[in-house]
Design a protein around this ligand. Structure first.
Ligand code: ASP
Length: 439
């Protein structure tokens, strides 16, 4: 059994839906289909979910969502007509319009894109429709309730042959619809995959998988064939946007691989994400992916005999904890300690106050803050216990005339983090990519 989740671009028009149908029907294992709302049809088009949020805003301002709903109605009716199916989508559109006009928060409106999409696609495929509100549950505080949900999903989908489930939303105990954060249909797919213990979770999108690095920086980067959950987490944390961040856990803990595939090139194997990377999966390259983020700062602290002062690091870190600021890295020397943090930390508590508090806590000889640090993670299982990867990274950066301001390597040896000036960020990513993947 497989779960396949289709993203918005795969569901944007009748034409793309024809491709989706071919994909689903070409493999009898594809029994559970999770759908997003129709996405963009062209570059400046609007996603249905964005229109629905706008419909709610219109209702708040004018008392009715009528004029934005007109655009939404047009999209669904057009898809239905182009598919040439006999399905009364107007009835559901009327219900949705009425529901938004009565609703108190945006979640109900936002969720209707997936709801309508699910109904339409179930009719088109001849599959059953199961409303996510009946099986995906939230607690009253708005957090996702995994225990109840897993049970309900397993019961509802047992022995079912073909089911369409809308992604992105569920229901709270008070009956209200609640959505996940944006992109949350990935999470719904992962929940269904985990609860049904399927053999694979297929996540169908509009590219050939996870790119080795950001395509906005490196033109047409290659795609990753196989990546571990651990590597993916490192890359996502450093800014690579692949899947909704919550969607890894339900499948990783059930040891189910995710296959990211391209609806528009279904024969391409895409990227396989799994728990353990076997020797034969291990790529010929030591590096799997490269990601990074700009706008970090370092607090540099100097104090003679720091290494003899018991509890020094704890006192510094306690200050940051009290401020609610999280720490990225802590490179240390004998008498120096640096704290790397996102510049956003100083939006929580102003820089001046943080520095004053550290001064009070540890009485340093010298303390200053450096700004504009970009962090780049070079990630790969292949580099563990293999010589020369770090040398290649630093040679590539030196050749590109980039000064390295910070170096950190995790103990698992699957990543090397380098810190460079924000202004050197793109040059550095390109230099490292070319070193390992250039021709
Ligand atoms: N349609 C929602 C969004 O645009 C959820 C999703 O597609 O996953 O964020």
């Amino acid at each position: 059994m497989k779960v396949c989740k289709f993203g918005g671009t795969s569901l944007a028009t009748a034409k793309t839906l024809e491709l989706v149908k071919d994909i689903i029907l070409s493999d009898p294992e594809r029994k559970f289909v999770v759908v997003s709302a129709p996405g963009k049809r062209f570059k400046d088009d609007e996603k249905v979910t964005d229109l629905l949020y706008r419909a709610f805003d219109e209702k708040v301002m004018t008392g009715t969502c009528k004029s934005t709903m007109k655009l939404i109605r047009k999209r669904y009716i057009e898809i239905r007509d182009d598919l040439k199916i006999d399905f009364d989508i107007e009835k559901y559109l009327d219900e949705v319009q009425e529901g938004i006009n009565k609703s108190e928060d945006a979640d109900f409106a936002a969720s209707r894109g997936e709801y309508l999409s699910g109904l339409l696609i179930a009719a088109y495929l001849g599959y059953d429709f199961i409303d996510a509100a009946e099986i995906i549950k939230f607690k009253i505080d708005g957090s996702y309730d995994s225990e109840i949900t897993e049970d309900l999903v397993a019961k509802a989908l047992k022995n079912k042959e073909g089911v369409v489930i809308p992604g992105f939303y569920g229901r709270k105990p008070n009956g209200k619809i609640k959505t996940f954060t944006r992109g949350g249909s990935d999470f719904t797919g992962a929940i269904i995959a985990g609860a049904m213990k399927v053999s694979i979770y297929e996540n169908w999108t509009d590219v050939n998988g996870v790119a080795i690095t950001d395509p906005r920086i490196v033109k047409n980067p290659c795609f990753i064939d196989v990546i571990s959950y651990e590597e993916l987490r490192e890359l996502s944390y450093m800014g690579a946007s692949v899947l909704h961040p919550d969607s890894v856990f339900p499948v990783q803990s059930a040891n189910i691989p995710i296959n990211i595939k391209n609806t528009f090139e279904p024969e391409n194997p895409g990227t396989l994400i799994k728990n353990k990377i076997s020797r034969e999966d291990m790529q010929e390259y030591p590096v799997t992916g490269i990601a990074g983020r700009k706008s970090n700062a370092t607090i540099n602290i100097k104090k003679a005999m720091m290494n003899n002062e018991l509890g020094f690091a704890r006192r510094v870190l306690s200050v940051l904890e009290r401020c609610g600021i999280s720490v990225e890295h802590i490179p240390t020397g004998i008498d120096t300690m640096s704290i790397v943090l996102s510049e956003k930390g100083f939006e929580i508590v102003p820089e001046k106050k943080v520095i004053e508090d550290i001064k009070i806590a540890v009485n340093p000889d010298c303390i200053d803050v450096a700004h504009n640090l970009a962090l780049i993670a070079i990630v790969g299982h292949g580099m563990a216990r293999r010589k020369g990867t770090a040398a290649r990274v630093f040679t590539a950066l030196a050749k590109a005339d980039v000064n390295v301001r910070m170096i950190d390597q995790g103990s698992s040896e699957i990543n090397i983090i380098v810190g460079v000036e924000d202004s050197d960020f793109e040059t550095s990513i390109r230099a490292i990519y070319d070193e390992f993947f250039g021709d």
